[in-house]
Design a protein around this ligand. Structure first.
Ligand SMILES: [Cu+2]
Length: 473
């Protein structure tokens, strides 16, 4: 060996060993959604060892609908990974022996061809190891990039890695991990049983499901995100795609700060932020009033018909200046309106018998109830209770009259499922309330019966808004 080469070899070994010796080694804390590992308190770089496993497993994508997900760490999205700018990451990717497929990982935080994909290609029952240095701070997507790439992503193989800037992120009271994805099943939305992946729909970009954190209702009901009035929350929002761009919005909140696309650009006072497929954003907001705040993709049919709907339940004292709630409900009669037209645009009709009542009631349902309770009365888990086969409804149809006339809020159980939300009072005539409830009572395995406009008129006088015990609102 020539002297110069020898010197080079020695100094390289020296450099490597110096690095290996000086950087403290630690194992990364990985969390499943919606949790985020704690902020990094170190003021220096470290060698961070990450051990992640790919697992193929059946989970529910909606109530009664199963799907064979391919995952990083057993959840969709995969485990959240948090490192510091300048850290050296030693990534161990293990593919569970029961897997049918090889998998790999492309981290958008990696500088290098394929983002680690080729180096991490791993057959079932094997582990691959590769290293990278986290050069750029920001919030990055990672995903599987094994062919067919689209299919691996469509089956749930994505997650987020946060590279904190050296100076750290401003402290907040709570941090959560929310990631959107679109899913393509052979059956239509809600069709029961184990649903295989549908390649045709995926190519046409026509998903049956668009969801946060891997399932319809993953962030609803008792799985809702929580916070208290006065706290500041940071959401790490990702979008795995594979196809759709998300118009991420929280109903009733304004993002005080958004790190646009997860990078250094800070925007302020944002209503809706775009999260590209294979991209991310950080959204921060302070909670000023209590209540349920609904997370949606504001491409709104996705929220109400495909599942892109989550919830943040905020506890604390009201501030009537920031938000008053309804302070008045006065009768509004526009001048000169001679013909009485119902709110749904249909002229006033009077049912002559039960059959007509049901027929007219169906119209009222479609115009006024379906948006929340859904076309087949099935509701949306965690958000809107079912009126199909509802034990709560059948137990007391008169109470249902009060609910439609005057509204309902607070915790209830319908067929064993818990709901804690608000149904607003409906502005409907006695005739329409009688018709719609008769229709509902005689549809979808409910017990039958008939409600008359007279009965509704009496409840309009005697009834009042129903507030269930334990209401937080
Ligand atoms: Cu894969």
């Amino acid at each position: 060996m020539k002297l110069s080469k020898l010197v080079a070899a020695i100094s390289m070994t020296f450099a490597l060993s110096v690095q290996a010796n000086t950087l403290p080694v630690e194992e990364a804390v990985l969390t499943s959604p919606p949790l985020v590992p704690p902020p990094i308190t170190r003021d220096h770089a470290a060698k961070v060892v990450v051990k992640m496993e790919t697992v193929e497993k059946v989970m529910e994508i909606a109530d009664g609908v199963e799907y064979m997900f391919w995952t990083f760490g057993g959840s969709v999205p995969g485990q959240f990974l948090r490192v510091r700018e300048g850290d050296e990451v030693e990534f161990h990717l293990s593919n569970h022996p029961d897997s049918k497929m090889p998998h790999n990982i492309d981290l958008h935080a990696v500088t290098g061809p394929g983002g680690g994909a080729a180096a991490s290609f791993t057959a079932p029952g094997h582990t691959s190891v590769f290293n990278f240095k986290a050069l750029n701070p920001g919030l990055y997507v990672y995903h599987c990039a094994t062919a067919p790439v689209g299919m691996h992503i469509a089956n749930g193989m994505y997650g987020l890695i946060l590279v904190e800037p050296k100076e750290g992120l401003p402290p907040v009271d709570r941090e959560y991990y929310v990631m959107q994805g679109d899913f393509y099943t052979k059956g239509a939305y809600g069709e029961q049983g184990l649903q295989p992946f549908d390649m045709d729909k995926a190519i046409k970009e026509q998903p049956d499901y668009v969801v946060f954190n891997g399932a319809v209702g993953a962030l609803n009901g008792d799985k809702a995100l929580t916070a208290n009035v006065g706290e500041t929350v940071r959401l790490y929002v990702g979008n795995g795609g594979p196809n759709l761009v998300s118009s991420f919005h929280v109903i009733g909140e304004i993002f005080d700060k958004v790190s646009v696309e997860g990078g250094n650009l800070m925007n302020e006072n944002v209503q809706t932020t775009l999260v590209p497929a294979g991209g991310a954003a950080m959204a921060e907001f302070k909670l000023d009033v209590p209540g349920n705040f609904i997370l949606v993709d504001h491409s709104i049919f996705r929220a109400f018909n495909k599942g892109a709907l989550g919830m943040m339940a905020v506890d604390g004292d009201e501030d009537k200046i920031v938000y008053s709630g309804k302070v008045a409900d006065n009768v509004y009669l526009p001048e000169g309106s001679a013909v009485q037209v119902m709110p749904n645009g249909h002229p006033k009709v009077t049912a002559k018998n039960k059959e007509e009542r049901m027929m007219y009631g169906k119209r009222v349902y479609e115009a006024n109830c379906q948006a929340c309770h859904q076309g087949g009365g099935e509701g949306i888990p965690g958000a809107f209770p079912p009126v199909a086969g509802s034990d709560f409804l059948n137990e007391d149809p008169t109470r249902a009259v009060d609910i439609v006339l005057h509204g309902l809020k607070g915790p209830i159980k319908v067929n064993g499922q818990a709901f804690d939300s608000i149904m607003p009072a409906m502005r409907l005539s006695d005739e329409d309330v009688a018709n719609v409830l008769t229709y509902v009572l005689n549809s979808w395995d409910n017990q039958g019966g008939e409600i008359s406009p007279d009965e509704v008129a009496k409840r309009r006088e005697a009834g009042k808004p129903i507030v269930m015990e334990g209401s937080a609102h």
